[in-house]
Design a protein around this ligand. Structure first.
Ligand code: NDP
Length: 385
C-alpha cells in the first residue's frame, strides 16, 4: 500500500541531535480511563523525540517498509505540482496533522481515487471534508485524547498570560527596561473572575479542573449537560446558550469542534454581548471566530485580550491580522504537538495503521467516519451540517 504522510517541516536549525530533557513522564491512563495507544508492533521511536516533522516521520518507516508498504513523507503540500498533490491519486492512506494540515477538500478526495483511510495524527479532523469522505466510504480516524491535556495546559497558560499581562512584561525585561507601571496597568489576578468554556468535553473539562484551584468561578455551555456529580465537584454554572455564558464571564474559552454550524460562531453579535474587557482564548479552531470581528473587538476594548494557537488557513500568511492585532497572545498551532503529545499520537497512528493494514477494527474512540457515516467519537463530536 502507498502511505502518503504530510508533516510540518523540520526545525530551521535541522533535526535536533539532542533534547532539553532525557525523557518524558510515563502516563498510565487518560483521565476518563481510556487506555493509551497500544500498537502491537514495536515503536519506531524513543518517546520524547521530535516525531511530527518530516525527518521524524512519526517513527513509522521501519514498521511500514518491513511489511512491504511504501511511505512518502513530505511537507510540500500546496499547488498541483507539490509532492502531496502528485502522489494523491494512487495513495491508499493519507496521514496529516491539524498543525500543518493537508486539506482534504472534496476536490482532492475526488482525485484521490485509491484513498481508503484519512488518518489525522492528532485530534480534529475538520481539515478533511467529512461529508465527501463519508460519501466515498473513506474511513477517517484520529487519536482521541492523545493531546487533550497538552491543549488544556496551553489554555491555562494563555489565560494567565493574558490576564496578568505576561508577554508584554517579558518584552520589557528582554529589552533591558524596568517599566513596572507599563507592565501592571493591564495586569489583573484571575482569582474571583468568572471563567466559562464553550465545550466541556475532554479538553474543556480538563481546563475547568485545572482552573478550579485558582478560585475562579466556573461556567460552561454545551448541548448536553455534564453529570450532576461533576457540576457539584467543580461548582459549575451551566448555560444553555453561548450568549448567556459570554454575558456572565470575564474569560471565555472556546473548545468545540469545527463543523458547518459552529463555523463563525464568534461574530460581531456574540462578541458584542461580552463584557467590556473580556478575554477570549481559542485553541480549538481558527474558523470558529470571524477573523475581522476579533480584531474589531480588540480595537474597541470589548476584548482586553485574545490568545490561541489556531488560525485559518494554516500556516497563517505573514500578513494575517491576528499576528499583529493588539493585546494578542497567539502562538503557531503547537499546543497539541508537545514532545509528550507526539509520543502518544505517533503511537496511536501506528496502532490505527496496524489495525487497518491487518484488517482489524479500529477502536471506536479513534473513529470519526466509517462505513459512509460519522461513527465512534465522530458521531458524538461532529455534525455534518
Ligand atoms: P470533545 O469532543 O471531547 O469535546 C467537544 C465538546 O464540545 C463536547 O463536549 C460537545 O458537547 C461540545 N460541543 C459540540 N458542539 C457544540 C456546540 N455547537 N455548542 C456547544 N458545545 C458544543 O473534543 P475535545 O475536547 O477533545 O477537543 C475539542 C476541539 O479542540 C477539537 O475538535 C479540536 O478542534 C480542538 N483541538 C485542538 C488542538 C490544538 O492543538 N490546538 C488539539 C486537539 C483538539 P455537546 O455534544 O454536549 O455539545
Amino acid at each position: 500500500m502507498k502511505i502518503l504522510c504530510v508533516l510540518y517541516p523540520d526545525p530551521v536549525t535541522g533535526y535536533p541531535p539532542a533534547y532539553a530533557r532525557e525523557d518524558i513522564p510515563v502516563i498510565s491512563t487518560y483521565p476518563d480511563g481510556q487506555t493509551l495507544p497500544s500498537p502491537r508492533a514495536p515503536l519506531g521511536f524513543k518517546p520524547g523525540q521530535l516525531l511530527g516533522c518530516v525527518s521524524g516521520e512519526l517513527g513509522l518507516r521501519a514498521y511500514l517498509e518491513s511489511h512491504g508498504h511504501q511511505l512518502i513523507v513530505t511537507s510540500d503540500r500546496d499547488g498541483p505540482y507539490s509532492v502531496f498533490e502528485t502522489n494523491l491519486a494512487d495513495a491508499d492512506v493519507v496521514i496529516s496533522q491539524p498543525f500543518y494540515p493537508a486539506y482534504l477538500s472534496a476536490d482532492r478526495i475526488a482525485k484521490a481515487r485509491c484513498l481508503k483511510l484519512a488518518l489525522t495524527a492528532g485530534i480534529g479532523s475538520d481539515h478533511v471534508d467529512l461529508k465527501a469522505a463519508a460519501a466515498r466510504g473513506i474511513t477517517v480516524a484520529e487519536q482521541t485524547f492523545s493531546n487533550s491535556i497538552s491543549v488544556a495546559e496551553h489554555v491555562v497558560m494563555m489565560v494567565l498570560s493574558l490576564v496578568r499581562n505576561y508577554l508584554p512584561s517579558h518584552e520589557y525585561a528582554v529589552e533591558g527596561d524596568w517599566n513596572i507601571a507599563d507592565c501592571v496597568s493591564r495586569s489583573y489576578d484571575i482569582e474571583g473572575m468568572h471563567f466559562g468554556t464553550i465545550g466541556a468535553g475532554r479538553i474543556g473539562l480538563a481546563i475547568l479542573r485545572r482552573l478550579k484551584p485558582f478560585d475562579v468561578r466556573l461556567h460552561y455551555n454545551q448541548r448536553h449537560r455534564l453529570s450532576a456529580e461533576v457540576e457539584r465537584e467543580l461548582n459549575l454554572t451551566f448555560h444553555a446558550t453561548p450568549e448567556s455564558l459570554v454575558q456572565a464571564c470575564d474569560i471565555v474559552n472556546l473548545q468545540v469542534p469545527l463543523y458547518p454550524s459552529t463555523e463563525g460562531m464568534f461574530d460581531d453579535n456574540l462578541l458584542g454581548l461580552m463584557k467590556r474587557g473580556s478575554y477570549l482564548v481559542n485553541c480549538a479552531r481558527g474558523r470558529l471566530c470571524d477573523q475581522d470581528a476579533v480584531v474589531r473587538a480588540l480595537n474597541s476594548g470589548r476584548l482586553a485580550g485574545y490568545a490561541g494557537d489556531v488560525w485559518y488557513p494554516q500556516p497563517a500568511p505573514v500578513d494575517h491580522p491576528w499576528r499583529t492585532m493588539m493585546h494578542n497572545g497567539m502562538t503557531p498551532h503547537m499546543s497539541g504537538s508537545s514532545l509528550s503529545a507526539q509520543a502518544r499520537y505517533a503511537a496511536g497512528t501506528l496502532e490505527i495503521l496496524q489495525c487497518f493494514l491487518e484488517g482489524r477494527s479500529i477502536r471506536p474512540e479513534y473513529v470519526i467516519v466509517e462505513h459512509g457515516q460519522l461513527a465512534g467519537t465522530g458521531a458524538r463530536s461532529y455534525n455534518l451540517t
